[in-house]
Write a protein that binds this ligand. Sequence first.
Ligand code: OSB
Ligand code: MG
Length: 374
Amino acid sequence: MNIERIDLYHITQRLVSPFVTSFGPQQQRDCLLVAIHADGLTGWGECVATNDPGYSYETVGTAWHVLSDFLIPALAGRSLDGPEALAPSLAFVRGHPLAKAALDQAVWDLAAQREGLSFAALLARPYAEGPRARVKVGVSIGIQPSIERTVEVIGAYVAAGYGRIKLKIKPGHDVALARAARAAFPDLPIMLDANSAFRLEDAPTFQAMDDLNLLMLEQPLGYEDIYDHSRLRPLIQTPLCLDESIHSADHARYALAIGACDIINVKPSRVAGWTEARRIHDLCRAADMSLWVGGMLETGVGRAAQLALAALPGFTLPGDISATDRYYERDITAPFTLNREDSTLTVPDGPGLGVAIDFDQLAAVTLRRESFAG
Ligand code: OSB
Ligand code: MG
């Protein structure tokens, strides 16, 4: 593909309700979008970096800098063989996976459009099964003002059709919360996500939840740790999942080698894109490691691409890919809605991402825009 021009957008959208994690509350969701123009087609990608360096060291500010000063100039005006050729041409920049993933997504979108295939179909081409048409999803519930309120919020999502609930926890907001949730919903698949807020010495906190039949405990320890997780795992009954510390297929290989987890939450953005995410899928599938696709409060652009990944055969657990209306009142694409009967989202089957950008809405939420020609 001959890349003629790349547009970079900084957008801001207000969340329907604040999303509170162990890093703090978030009410306004900013992100960057890239539009890559090549051979008469336009591919779109989302950079999910946030305003604060909480989940990752990357922010919308660092991502704008790294994209506009380094990554985009390396691509604009160049020709690229396809998605698999992207990572080597961006390897001169160390780290910054969230910035790179936006370009990776757009290049996959272009490649799929060029072949008249959906992103899911192109990504799933190596597998006999083909992509799933629908993907199991759950909902990630931020920290609420009280346990009673959390139980109410869970009830509302269950009533809306969500079949798997994830609760954010932090020290002091852990065992009693999980116990109350389990007591109120005895059979519901419930999981906890600590976003690295605990230490290995806190193992007794997790042991105190061993009897709750939780689906998994996500990233309790350090955001770069793999080793201490391997020491925690044999001490607890709840299956252990890694999020923050897996940045590449190599990291997944290390985690497998030392038995650091039972499950990996694959966020394509955290691993620099869909090519690397599929490598992790292949490695883990061969090793019988369970997988699901994580989320970063994506717009419809990112959501379509999450669904394409989650449609691969190795993603067997429900993803954090909720319906758009749970995040945004009006999104920059048509909304994704929950199939209530089976707690799924439908994987788009149109060419590429399979979503149309609402350009009026995009203009309304754009704070800054710049175009880069080769
Ligand atoms: O740890 O999975 C996480 C959101 C922002 C940053 C980190 C995480 C999350 C979520 C929300 O849990 C998932 C979503 O609904 O997109
Ligand atoms: Mg997480």
